[in-house]
Design a protein around this ligand. Structure first.
Ligand code: SER
Length: 627
């Protein structure tokens, strides 16, 4: 079966169970500061999982484009990809376990035709400290479903690593695991969830590809083992909890189901081949890259183990970069743009490992578009733009490679590449570490790999703090108008807190050259008097010519002085805090922020609120301008 067949069957199956088909949201999330890209189907639906009414009803189904850029280094084996499609179905306070599990089982065994004896499932083992019970209800449902297929399903408490992973399968079919494996929220296990975040226990389905266990991954195999025998193909999250401010868990106003299944992985299971790069869409991309290389005289072939990893990296990265560019995000040095840049540059580096690169990037991207254009017409519509942006990036990178080579030659004279040198080659000259090691190997020179990783950790900590702070600012660009609105945004948040009360917290922001937008917590609609008071206060502070001063301090210190942080955002150990203060140094506003800002509020002009509206329960949105 092709992935398109499976996607269609899935949507139809749930449509026939009363679900409305909704389109995939953009890879670029709106109002979600937790990730750079949409990384799961539930992210765009958060307000509805929290209780807001969805215009299409309370049963929804879709296939959502997802990107997990943190998996970039994992790509190269038979299952990891950065981009993937997540089949999703949602119950927004409607059905629950008794419907969800039989439907998914029925979809897999009847619509896709998977052999039920190859399916294994996991459930939540419970957590006494949080007063969340183990999921016996799901176990009973699974037992019945397997029994109807003639399989006696034994349940095993496998719990944690200490507690039983080493005991292995024990003849089981249903496995209880702790929260690390069977709990889902955007921010991981219960302990790491911020207050106000929804989550819940989940039940996952694994497909057994029947491979022999590889003891490199542990003494014994079990469904969550990474040896390759089992692959997770679907996850039903029973989202009924919300984290309270005191760390305990309460119930959401409604019980939800958030199901996510990997389209590529389900297709791979239906092929009986664990290599996701052999499903129709990815196979066509690999073939496109291979034939372009062939025209340049390369003999590199996907079936040759020597080349497999590079083919996978190129196919994955070009697919991911193409989809992100179609959603409007082009290669650059900022946040998301930097991810696109990295994807393209890693792809080019691996193309060069496979042969002569001329024209291969372009053909690779064309094959991504051709492979997906029937399901995603936007790709075709943006083909010209995507190709020209990617081509320009290739040119820049090839230029970098020339300088990088020159720098590498200088370092190589010393007969050894230190960690700091390798790191400078990468961070200053954009020369990939893989390239450094490859060249060094050719010449029999040693590279201090450990030293390089240490240097990079240091560097990443600094830039992570930078990226997250910048992201928090929600700036679309760094045009002068945008920067002025950014400073006005700080004035506005502080003014809202003065007028409405200290419960007002920033929940999202987006600033373009035309207007600012802030989402903030507040239980009801603002009155017109309140709006006027806020506007007046902002304008008063503009007149008062407050200075914008940036200070670096430890995160602890910044918290102590009560600097504003955005809900859900994560910060590094050293942060920058922006103060708006009068000539005596008395602050009107202090916020964690990466800037940039104007120097004085006197540069802002007249502030005006255009609109105040609801975003979701307890969250309001203001759009405002400077005149
Ligand atoms: N949110 C869950 C996941 O990403 C299920 O959709 O696995």
């Amino acid at each position: 079966m092709t992935s398109r067949d499976i996607r269609q069957k899935y949507l139809k199956f749930f449509e026939s169970q009363g679900h409305k088909i909704i389109p995939s949201a953009s890879l670029v999330p709106e109002n979600d500061p937790t990730t750079l890209f949409t990384g799961s189907g539930m992210q765009p639906l958060i307000p509805y999982l929290l209780g807001e009414k969805h215009p299409m009803g309370n049963r929804l189904v879709n296939s959502q484009k997802c990107l997990r850029s943190m998996d970039i280094e994992e790509v190269g084996d038979n299952r990891h990809t950065t981009f993937f499609e997540m089949l999703g179905n949602w119950s927004l306070g409607d059905y629950f376990k008794a419907e969800q599990l039989p439907w998914f089982f029925g979809f897999l065994t009847e619509s896709v035709g998977l052999d039920p004896s190859k399916l294994y499932v996991t459930v939540f083992a419970g957590d006494e400290s949080l007063d969340i019970p183990k999921d016996d209800e799901s176990v009973e449902i699974w037992k019945r479903l397997f029994k109807e297929s003639g399989i006696e399903a034994k349940d095993i408490h496998i719990g944690s690593e200490q507690d039983g992973y080493e005991k292995g399968m024990q003849g089981g079919r249903i496995f209880y695991y702790e929260a690390k494996k069977n709990w889902w929220s955007r921010s991981g296990v219960p302990e790491t969830m911020p207050a106000g975040e929804p989550g819940g226990p989940d039940s996952e389905v694994f497909y057994d590809f029947g491979l022999t266990h590889d003891t490199k991954f542990g003494d014994k195999c079990h469904p969550n083992c990474d040896c390759g025998r089992f692959m997770e193909i679907g996850n039903s999250v029973f989202m009924e909890y919300i984290k309270n401010a005191d760390g305990s868990f309460g119930k959401l106003p409604q019980r939800n189901v958030d199901f996510g299944g990997g389209l590529e992985r389900i297709t791979a299971a239906s092929n009986g081949n664990p290599d996701v790069f052999k499903i129709d869409t990815l196979e066509a991309i690999v073939a496109g890259i291979q034939s372009a290389l062939g025209r340049n005289g390369s003999k590199a072939n996907y079936l040759d183990e020597k080349y497999k990893k590079s083919f996978r990296v190129v196919a994955d990265h070009l697919r991911a970069a193409t989809f992100v560019m179609a959603d409007g995000m082009m290669p650059s040095n900022n946040e998301r743009g930097y991810v696109v840049r990295r994807l393209l540059r890693r792809a080019i580096f691996h193309i060069d490992k496979l042969g002569k690169g001329d024209g291969v990037l372009e053909e690779g991207i064309n094959s991504v578009i051709d492979s997906y254009k029937n399901s995603y017409p936007d790709l075709d519509k943006n083909r010209k733009k995507i190709l020209s942006e990617a081509g320009a990036e290739e040119e820049r990178f090839r230029h970098t490679l020339v300088t990088g080579m020159r720098e590498f030659e200088k370092v190589a004279v010393g007969g050894r590449v230190s960690g700091a040198q390798a790191s400078t080659l990468f961070t200053t000259h954009g020369f990939p570490f893989e390239m450094t090691t490859e060249l060094a190997r050719e010449r029999g020179i040693e590279v201090d790999e450990e030293g390089f990783h240490k240097e990079m950790e240091k560097h990443q900590e600094i830039s992570k703090a930078g990226i997250q702070e910048k992201f928090k600012g929600g700036l679309a660009d760094t045009k002068e108008e945008t920067i002025r609105l950014h400073t006005a945004h700080h004035l506005l948040l502080a003014s809202l807190q003065r007028v409405l009360g200290p419960h007002v917290k920033q929940r999202g922001s987006n600033i373009t050259a035309e207007r600012l937008r802030i989402d903030f917590s507040h239980p009801q609609k603002m009155t017109s008097e309140e709006i006027k008071l806020v506007e007046d206060l902002v304008n008063e502070k503009i007149q008062a010519r407050l200075d914008m001063v940036r200070r670096e301090m430890s995160k602890e210190e910044a918290e102590k002085i009560g600097a504003e942080m955005e809900f859900g955002a994560k910060y590094g150990d050293v942060v920058s805090v922006y103060f708006l203060e009068d000539k005596d140094g008395k602050p009107f506003s202090k916020e964690f922020c990466g800037g940039p800002h104007v120097k004085s509020t006197s540069e802002l002009g007249h502030f005006k609120i255009l609109k105040e509206e609801a975003v979701s329960q307890g969250v309001r949105r203001i759009k405002a301008i400077l005149q």
